[in-house]
Ligand binder design. Structure first.
Ligand SMILES: *Cc1c(COP(=O)(O)O)cnc(C)c1O
Length: 801
């Protein structure tokens, strides 16, 4: 399409003028952004159409990835890169005197997710398209994505996010593909031709309108689809109060729930879940129907994957569709459904397992509830035959028990595959969390260790490192990330290690500029950048990190001979608005930061920064500048983590517990290239089961801990006297279930090892190199290829490639 810079520039100038109604000289950066976005989307559209045609004519099996979150971030540069036109655009812009970086800044992050789970879905879409695999996303087009975080006087303040304020150039509204979703009302049954038939009467309908976004594969002409559903009033409302109906309807796609671990317990949330799956299944069947008449072989042509339990109603919804709308009998419908659906579990935290009270579920979704009851009845009968008289076991495994619907049980029973997201996580699921289900369905359980797209997290966000790598081992690693391993040959090449350190230094400089511009705080780019960025949660233990910083403060103050390599501790984290403890930790980090940074003695050695509003676009600046990656969750609690992989791929060394994917990072890089500490998952699970942890003893017997904890409550900080009492109490009085004090000493020791290791620069950059070289395994291309081969059984369309 753009054969030369001249041609591109002409087309671009014309487009700007046509769209903005201004002369090019008068156009604003936003006009230019809009015009460029439009051109790029149109360019992608040609391949989008041909990919869809190819899929239709070849009859290739399609995968639909259902997720309540897609944390996409920005798409402009990513699309330019994947379309292979980023050079031409960048050069042309330079010739026109436009900064592509400045234009990119105008794009709002599509923050339709909270953290790891939503970002995983976004990385998976990129890998599916880049591998030429027929896989599409289905989600919700929230009007407001994850809140924007401001830090005011050390406290988190939440502002509503408004990514659609200036429109979104990548989406296409498809009104003619809208579907109607029924809620409330009641069910009547009649006998028709000797068959019981169910009718949903007096239902309140919501119209689901799809907005499609192209998902562009890396230089392979594949363009898949992300379909996001918008909730709108039906043209045939039954409501008397139309304004109220309109408000209620639109609220379904108004907000993303700002929490990915606790069940919010809101009707609206359940409404969102059914809205997503019902609309998606209707549109999946519609598209299937373009090639097939009967749904009998549906599962041979369609795979539906549910990302955690939020879309688990896909199971009863597909059953309902087959039985009520297509006339299938239960057994046949059940077989088609279970063979179609597969499920990923993302957590071992029992408080995060979704459960819905019947009193909410039944009136909102009366037909779906009847179907879930029938699934439960049949499942319990089977259990009864297998374990006659074992009431306890059956009660523990039932889908409906104690007046609640257990969504994870529904997912386990109604799908053919259940996967954990890291080896250790899958083992914990099998052995500790769901052993009863593992006994009944051993073949359903499998592991798919998470991954990240190396195209966004290395190629796009760290171009200097990407070029250095390509100069050394050619750019083959972009198509085959496992080729990064070729870098191992450069372990003893001191010139290469020197170049590697220079790239890191430049990235650190860049981050310092950003931070200084925002905060006015000057930082030392030659200090060690020690970074913890992720959602704020007790199990992730940002608190352990900050207690250690307080300890370092004390050491520097107490011992004038104590000296360490200067270190900059950087945090970024949003806390769920209702999560009191997490917000206290944010306040503590900011309070310690102030104390440290304003102390001329201490700030010679350490500085502390809390970066507000952690999100994908900020993350892209942070990972390339990191020396140390803090992955310090209580062992057994972090299912996988993916931040750990992004750091590793950018040459940071992991300082972590043996938890989640840290274990697999350890196995790949070896003991000398990672810093591990703390309790093992087995230790934690044993301590939890048998008791025996007394936090108070650590407070009493370790004077370092006592000093730091006393400082939380003795007026050491010029905050309100009781500001940090809740933190003190959680640790000591409530015998902290995350074992912060138990792991403190081990953490202090490993931190001092980091300090020692950094002194030997050659060895440090060698460690960094090994981490990059071994990170190819953590590309989501590897993960997706495993899903494709072992769960979905789909193949890349070789014609497309
Ligand atoms: C990768 C990522 C996460 C997940 O981080 P973890 O450390 O795995 O919890 C969360 N938020 C953003 C913006 C990310 O890019």
């Amino acid at each position: 399409m753009f054969s030369s810079n001249e041609q591109f520039k002409q087309e671009f100038i014309d487009r700007v003028e046509r769209m903005s109604g201004k002369s090019f000289a008068d156009s604003s950066e936003r006009d230019q952004y809009q015009a460029l976005g439009n051109m790029v989307r149109e360019f992608a559209s040609q391949n989008w159409i041909s990919t869809n045609e190819q899929y239709r004519y070849s009859g290739t099996k399609q995968v639909y990835y259902l997720s309540i979150e897609f944390l996409l971030g920005r798409l402009l540069k990513h699309n330019l890169l994947n379309l292979g036109i980023e050079k031409i655009v960048e050069e042309s812009f330079t010739e026109l005197g436009i900064s592509l970086d400045a234009i990119e800044e105008l794009e709002a992050d599509a923050a339709l997710g909270n953290g790891g789970l939503g970002r995983l879905a976004a990385c998976f879409l990129d890998s599916l398209a880049s591998l030429g695999l027929p896989g599409h996303g289905c989600g919700i087009r929230y009007k407001h994505g994850l809140f924007e975080q401001k830090i005011v006087n050390g406290y988190q303040v939440e502002l509503p996010e408004h990514w659609l304020r200036n429109g979104h150039v990548w989406e296409v509204r498809k009104l003619d593909h809208a579907v109607e979703i029924p809620f409330w009302g009641h069910i009547e049954s009649t006998m028709e031709n000797g068959r019981l038939v169910f009718h949903h009467v007096n239902a309140e309908r919501i119209t689901a309108v799809p907005y499609d976004m192209p998902v562009v594969g890396y230089k392979n002409k594949t363009v898949n689809t992300l379909r996001l559903w918008n909730a709108e009033p039906s043209a045939y409302p039954i409501h008397k109060d139309i304004l109220k109906y309109k408000r209620e309807t639109e609220s379904v796609s108004e907000f993303l729930y700002p929490d990915d671990t606790h069940d919010e317990g809101k009707i609206l949330r359940l409404k969102q879940q059914y809205f997503l799956v019902s609309a998606s299944i209707r549109s999946i069947v519609r598209s299937y129907r373009k090639q097939h008449i009967s749904l009998q072989h549906f599962h041979e042509h369609v795979s539906i994957h549910i990302n955690d339990t939020h879309p688990v109603l896909a199971i009863p919804e597909l059953l309902r569709f087959l039985i009520d709308e297509e006339g299938y009998g239960w057994d046949e419908a059940w077989e088609i459904t279970t063979k179609t659906i597969s499920y990923t579990n993302h957590t071992t935290l029992s408080e995060a397992l979704e459960r819905w009270p019947i009193r909410i579920f039944q009136p909102l979704l009366p037909r779906i509830y009847l179907i879930v009851e029938e699934i439960n009845r049949r499942f319990c009968n089977e259990l009864w035959e297998r374990y006659p008289g074992d009431w306890k076991r059956i009660e523990n495994m039932a889908i409906i028990a104690n007046e609640e619907v257990k969504m994870a049980h529904l997912a386990l029973v109604g799908s053919h595959s259940v996967n954990g997201v890291a080896q250790i996580h899958t083992e914990i699921l099998k052995q500790r969390e769901m052993p009863l289900f593992y006994e009944v369905f051993p073949n359903k359980f499998n592991n798919k260790t998470n991954g990240i797209t190396h195209r966004r997290w290395l190629l796009k966000s760290n171009p200097q490192l990407a070029s250095l790598i390509s100069e050394a081992i050619s750019d083959e690693w972009i198509a085959k990330p496992e080729k990064l391993e070729l870098l191992m040959e450069y372990q003893d090449d001191s010139l290469f290690l020197e170049q590697l350190s220079k790239v890191k230094e430049r990235n650190k400089h860049k981050l310092v500029e950003t931070i200084t511009a925002k905060t006015g705080i000057a930082l030392d780019p030659t200090s060690i950048f020690d970074i913890q960025v992720k959602r704020l949660h007790a199990y992730k233990r940002q608190l352990l990190n900050v207690l250690h910083i307080m300890h370092l403060y004390n050491r520097i103050k107490e011992d004038s001979s104590f000296s360490i390599t200067p270190r900059t501790f950087i945090f970024g984290a949003k806390a769920s608005p209702g999560y009191y403890f997490a917000k206290k930790v944010i306040k503590l980090i900011n309070t310690v930061a102030k104390k440290v940074n304003e102390d001329s003695e201490v700030s010679k050695y350490i500085r502390v920064i809390f970066l507000e509003n952690y999100r994908v676009s900020l993350a892209e600046e942070i990972f390339p500048a990191a020396d140390v990656s803090e992955q310090i969750s209580t062992a057994s609690k972090e299912a996988s983590g993916t931040g750990n992989m992004k750091f590793m791929m950018n040459g940071a060394i992991t300082l972590g517990t043996m938890d989640g994917a840290n274990v697999e990072i350890f196995e790949r890089v070896g003991n000398e290239n990672i810093f591990t500490f703390g309790l093992s998952a087995d230790d934690v699970l044993r301590l939890q089961k048998q008791g025996g942890y007394r936090a108070m003893e650590y407070y009493q017997h370790d004077r370092r801990i006592r000093k730091v904890l006393d400082q939380l409550v003795n007026g050491f900080f010029s905050e309100e006297q009781n500001e940090f009492e809740a933190i003190f109490d959680s640790l000591v009085a409530h015998n902290d279930q995350y074992f912060v004090l138990r792991d403190f000493s081990s953490y202090v020791d490993v931190q001092s090892k980091v300090n020692e290791a950094y002194r030997n620069q050659n060895e440090w950059w060698k460690k960094s190199l090994v981490n990059i070289a071994k990170s190819g395994h953590f590309s989501s291309d590897r993960t997706i290829q495993q899903y494709a081969n072992e769960i979905w059984r789909i193949r890349s369309n070789s014609n497309v490639l």
